[in-house]
Write a protein that binds this ligand. Structure first.
Ligand code: SF4
Length: 377
């Protein structure tokens, strides 16, 4: 009996141990299997993401691209102004960037960008100073026109990117990057080697040369261009003579779409790749909004992400131009949204009503009094 008892308990023991092992292994491995299946890590529920630039880093192509961009500054043609100044010798072109010196205004998580860029951790925004377009109504005129910021080395820019990743941002959102694109790519190379894994958002006026965009192919994961004007005449009037803005921007947006495709947020709601077009509706149809919606519907997929922005505010020198010296009305905004919907655009970012004035009949075409007493008159 004793032997039998002993046999039984040994069998029981083995059974218990095997049960325990099955349970424990299950607990340990189930989340791992889930990770393989869904792409989420166990630790932070963050989607496993590999930005495009990692491939270029491995093949040393990132270095080649940054050097090619840097070399363009010898006779600067980084943007459609094609000033031809030698920025490496400290010369300034139209954008007023101080030669090859990078000046950064600010960097911080931004919670006011498009929702799929902001997520829960914010968009890691870095504001570059100066601008090649220099619009008369610029809301960031102290940064873009006056160049208020701090001289920043490439290494410091890389550290900014890493710091934004560290605090939980979902992307590195470079505002007005065009004239500092060589600096961006050089810094990215350093940051990627140190562990940067966030997608780069190229937050631009849309007025980009195709040749430069091709050098950014495989580096930028999210393009965020404006499409500001339908008519070259308006672009020239409000954006420092940039009469070719509409044609160049159309070509640039098509190239951006070719590179990154339609913006589709992932299962966690965060966007990691794709094109978002921003269009700012301006008073008195100055921006030609309905024509722009038509062009998008005819030339890009119907599910292209289009942010129809309502927040136009007359700032800086806008009061020198009566037709743009007020906010837009509810009717003006709704007309554009209705047009976009009629055209079959399905991925519209539409804003609420907090920005709007009343009926269009009640809106003065220009605020002469403000022009006389305003801070910029
Ligand atoms: S980036 Fe500046 S210097 Fe270079 S072409 Fe454009 S405006 Fe001129």
């Amino acid at each position: 009996m004793k032997n039998n008892d002993c046999e039984l308990s040994r069998r029981q023991f083995i059974k218990n141990v095997s049960k325990w092992c099955t349970k424990t292994l299950g607990v340990l491995f189930f989340p791992y299997l889930l990770t393989l299946r869904t792409g989420f890590t166990r630790a932070g529920q963050e989607k496993v993401f590999e930005p495009s630039y990692l491939k270029l880093l491995t093949s040393s192509e990132l270095k080649t691209r940054s050097e090619a961009l840097w070399e363009i500054m010898v006779s600067c043609e980084l943007c459609p102004r094609k000033c031809g100044v030698n920025r490496l010798k400290g010369k300034r072109g139209f954008c007023q960037a101080p030669g090859a010196t990078l000046v950064v205004s600010a960097f911080h998580p931004h919670f006011g960008e498009e929702r799929p860029l902001v997520g829960y951790g914010g968009s890691g925004t870095i504001f570059f100073t100066h601008c090649n377009l220099r619009c008369v109504f610029c809301q960031n005129w102290e940064i873009s026109h006056l160049g208020r910021g701090t001289k920043t080395t490439i290494e410091e820019l890389a550290l900014m990117m890493l710091a934004l990743q560290e605090v939980g941002c979902h992307n590195i959102n470079i505002v007005t990057p065009t004239h500092y694109s060589p600096h961006l790519v050089k810094a990215l190379e350093i940051a990627a080697k140190k562990g940067l894994r966030l997608p780069i958002v190229y937050n631009t006026s849309g007025w980009e040369r195709i040749e430069i965009l091709k050098l950014l192919d495989g580096i930028v994961d999210i393009y965020l261009p404006d499409f500001k004007y339908w008519e070259g005449e308006k672009a020239a009037k409000y954006s420092s003579g940039a009469w070719n803005y509409p044609d160049i921007t159309k070509r640039a947006i098509l190239e951006m779409h070719r590179q990154v495709g339609v913006a589709k947020p992932e299962s966690d709601g965060i966007l990691r790749r794709g094109l978002i077009i921003r269009h700012l509706v301006m008073p008195n149809n100055v921006s030609g909004s309905e024509r722009i919606m038509e062009w998008i519907a005819q030339n890009l997929p119907k599910n292209t992400y289009v942010n129809i922005m309502a927040q136009y505010t007359p700032l800086y020198k806008a009061f020198d131009y009566p037709e743009i010296s007020r906010r837009i009305t509810k009717e003006e905004y709704e007309r554009v949204v209705e047009k976009a919907k009629k055209l079959g655009l399905t991925n519209l970012d539409i804003q609420g009503f907090r920005w709007f004035l009343g009926s269009i009949e009640k809106v003065p075409q220009a605020s002469v009094r403000l022009r006389q007493i305003g801070p910029y008159s």
